[in-house]
Design a protein around this ligand. Structure first.
Ligand code: CAO
Length: 438
């Protein structure tokens, strides 16, 4: 005859108000004796609480994040046979967790009749789970589940190598290693199959009206590419301000003459020339790192990628042999290639062969930003809007036009000291553009 029994938290000894970190059941589920119902986690240990009965869950009295102690209600279960004494739910004794930090401490509870699975925790959990809950049926200990959460690994993607397909700590570590290798060798993008946690799907219409818009082809391509670079390359961004007062005076004087011929001389072409001079001075910036990270390709040519904002998204055409072109040649070519880019007519050859990139938002505004490296380059320069600022010179504040620069570099190839030298040199060149002629 069917009978409803209450399942409560068994004796967990001195542990009090322990967080529920996993709930593996819902009303209607059929469970067997010893199936894991929930997982608890204190700052020192994790405990899986097994079912004392076989039967069907009628009601759930617990949810993720609840704090529970011995005797707290977990669920009501409908069983076919009565419990051993027909009155109360049998108590499941839980052995004391052996903590990693205090291994010699006495055990608060005797484990003799325990059926709960307990594993030692190595550190307090610091973040809530972001991994899919579909891994409830997997056979993995709490410590392995915690490791998976810490690395954002979806356990349903991991093959268990231990007895009966149980997922071990080694399996999770091996999975992370394999996924990283796949990203590094370009076999997968960081956005797919990398083992990184995925974003939850949200029905935004529940909050208000929404339109759904498909991303452009360029948006999708650059998303994959930017995500890979962001995840794979350890970025550091070094900031600097260059005094371009004299450079601007010169540019404006020249510009007025040139604009009649349809050539617009903007600060960007000076930056391209300064970039070439700095790449020559610091050749480590003019390199690409082999995918296995063991060799550097030192380039003897000077091609500069320029980020162009188009109606369809961001593209980075490459201006070739910048070292061999004049400021006016560059201004003309930049004008032509931006028109081509905005018309969506760039070819893949137009976007290949770069050494270093410049992303200029100076015509728009902003004080600084952290550009993402355009791999296989090892550095990129972000340029923001120049502003007049009071600069202390010869015992007085003098208004000067200062250009904010943001140099992001691949820290596997470039050390911070070298980056600071590069950006200082670059800034000095802009402050005295006669040096560009040297
Ligand atoms: N500070 C102040 N003013 C600046 C400036 C700076 N750093 N850089 C450019 N300007 C001025 C120019 O002198 C020009 O002024 P005038 O019209 O008075 O002559 C105006 O801003 C517009 O310049 P521009 O944008 O047309 O030309 P550019 O050579 O600076 O840039 C291009 C060309 C193609 C790079 C630019 O049009 C563009 O697309 N920029 C966006 C790049 C981008 O999206 N980067 C982000 C990538 S990450 O998402």
């Amino acid at each position: 005859m069917a009978q409803t029994q209450a399942i409560v938290i068994p004796d967990i000894g001195t542990f009090n108000k322990v967080a529920v970190i996993e709930v593996n059941i819902k009303p209607g589920d059929v469970v067997s004796t010893d199936d894991t119902l929930i997982t608890l986690e204190s700052d020192k240990a994790s405990m899986e609480i097994p079912s004392p009965f076989t039967g069907k869950i009628k009601a759930l009295h617990i949810k993720l994040g609840d704090k529970v102690s011995t005797g707290s209600m977990i669920a009501d279960i409908e069983t076919e046979t009565a419990a051993s004494n027909g009155n109360a739910a049998p108590e499941t004794k839980v052995p004391a967790p052996v903590t990693a930090v205090e291994p010699e401490q006495p055990q608060p509870i005797v484990a003799a009749t325990s059926v709960a699975k307990i594993e030692t925790a190595v550190a307090p959990i610091s973040a809530p789970s972001t991994v899919s809950n579909n891994d409830a049926a997997l056979y993995a200990s709490p410590i392995v589940r915690r490791l998976a959460r810490e690395f954002g690994v979806d356990l349903t993607q991991v093959t268990g190598s231990a007895h009966k397909g149980r997922i071990s700590r080694d399996d999770v570590q091996q999975y992370v290693k394999t996924q990283l290798q796949k990203i590094q060798t370009g076999q997968v993008s960081a956005g797919t199959g990398s083992g990184l946690p995925t974003m939850p799907e949200i029905d935004f219409s529940q909050f208000g009206p929404v339109d759904v818009q498909e991303l452009s082809r360029i948006n999708k391509l650059s998303a994959t590419y930017l995500h890979r670079n962001w995840v794979v390359i350890p970025h550091v961004t070094q900031f600097e301000e260059a005094n371009i007062t004299e450079m601007e005076a010169f540019r404006k004087a020249q510009g007025q003459k040139q604009e009649k011929d349809g050539v617009k001389l903007t600060p960007l072409v000076f930056l391209m020339k300064a970039a070439v001079a700095a790449l020559k001075q610091f050749p480590r910036f003019n390199t690409s790192l082999a995918p296995d990270g063991s060799t550097l390709f030192m380039k003897k040519y000077y091609n500069i990628g320029v980020a162009v904002d188009t109606p369809n998204g961001l593209v980075v055409p490459v201006i070739k042999q910048v070292d061999q072109k004049s400021l006016l040649d560059l201004a003309k070519e930049l004008g032509e290639i931006s028109i081509k880019a905005r018309a969506g007519k760039l070819t893949s050859a137009d976007m290949q062969g770069g050494c270093f990139s410049i992303s200029s938002l100076g015509g728009i505004g902003g004080t600084a930003f952290t550009p993402i490296i355009n791999a296989p380059d090892v550095a990129i320069l972000g340029v923001s809007k120049a502003q007049m600022k009071p600069i202390y010179q010869n015992d007085e504040f003098v208004p000067q036009l200062m250009l904010p620069l943001s140099l992001s570099y691949d820290h596997r190839v470039i050390d911070g000291a070298l980056a600071a030298k590069f950006i200082t040199y670059f800034s000095e060149l802009l402050a005295d553009i006669r040096r560009l002629l040297l």
